[in-house]
Design a protein. Structure first.
Length: 332
């Protein structure tokens, strides 16, 4: 996280400072806890995240002032921006942890100042297996940044108004849950559930092909060949093969991947399982519900998005306003 945001590996003192600041910010006020607990336990995670982030922002005196300042609070003031972006990441991690514990009726654990972002997330939700942390740490490196994704662009678009980082990240979260972005994972898993068993994969694929449907989690907006990140994810999956094979949903997913990799329809169109989908198999193998996987994946990408935001603060102020080209209908 430190490397991607600040451009160098931290000294021991820098690492201690960021971890302590993040752990302190992860401790929610009672109002934040009340907001999360007000939702039914079976509520969807997405609106709960928006509510939790809003509650955190409301209790942050610096964030609250941003919209009422005539001069830019963060642009050109990286010292203030750095503190705010650390708190923003911490707020999202704490929000996700509170949601996880509320939905699963588990005790939320306080973060510790000597742990990493991922380490504290797992601590807060009660997962203490070091093997899980090692695996997800590798996966998070792959997810740290991926150029100008739709959600990263949304962070920068919102940030160009000189809004605070919590609001900018919230814009990215909203995009991240869209069905053509991170939300595709939920739709892919729903398809796995509908298929039920690996034996029913071939007729399902044939229906997709004959009706021109979409196989969510396959294909990529940029890659028309194999996503280079998938090879590393496959190595991680192999390390946890027993857990993968024991999960009925993942048996279906692997059967789909095997079928699609050998089918001319998918080969000709360059449709391969993307890294977002493949990475989620690891979360599933480790016991995370689908509803929480997207949230945790978004958290893993937030430092990268905020690195883009921080960089924008060093450039001339310019509001993003895309041009719209009107193409009139041809006259008869």
């Amino acid at each position: 996280m430190y490397l991607i945001i600040w451009g160098h590996l931290p000294t021991e003192q820098e690492k201690i400072h960021v971890r302590e600041a993040m752990a302190e910010a992860m401790n929610p006020s009672q109002s934040v806890k009340d907001v999360i607990s007000s939702f039914p336990r079976d509520a969807e995670t997405f609106p709960m995240i928006l509510a939790g982030m809003s509650a955190f922002a409301a209790s942050d005196s610096v964030i609250c002032k941003t919209r009422h300042q005539q001069s830019a609070m963060f642009h050109g003031h990286l010292d203030v921006a750095d503190e705010a972006l650390v708190r923003t990441i911490a707020y999202l991690a704490a929000t996700i942890a509170l949601i996880y514990c509320h939905k699963n009726d588990k005790q939320w654990n306080a973060p510790e100042p000597d742990r990493s972002l991922l380490g504290n997330l797992l601590l807060m939700i009660g997962i203490t297996d070091p093997q899980v942390e090692r695996c997800l740490a590798k996966l998070w490196i792959l997810y740290a940044d991926h150029e100008m994704t739709n959600s990263t662009a949304a962070v920068l678009h919102a940030g160009s108004t000189l809004i605070d980082p919590v609001s900018a990240v919230t814009a990215g979260i909203i995009c991240g849950y869209g069905p053509l972005h991170g939300g595709a994972i939920d739709l892919a898993y729903e398809a796995f559930r509908q298929i039920g068993t690996a034996e029913r994969v071939p007729p399902f694929i044939e229906r997709i092909k004959s009706k021109g449907g979409r196989l969510f989690g396959y294909g990529h907006r940029v890659y028309k060949t194999r996503d280079p990140r998938v090879s590393l994810i496959e190595e991680l999956l192999e390390e946890h093969r027993a857990a993968v094979d024991a999960n009925p949903l993942l048996r279906v997913a692997m059967a789909i991947d095997k079928y699609a990799n050998q089918d001319a329809y998918f080969i000709e169109r360059g449709l391969k399982a993307n890294a977002d989908l493949m990475g989620c198999f690891l979360y599933t193998a480790m016991g995370f519900d689908t509803d929480m996987i997207i949230a945790i994946t978004i958290l893993s990408r937030t430092p990268g998005a905020l690195a883009h935001w921080r960089e924008s603060l060093t450039q001339p102020v310019k509001l993003w306003r895309p041009q719209q080209k009107y193409v009139a209908p041809l006259a008869n």
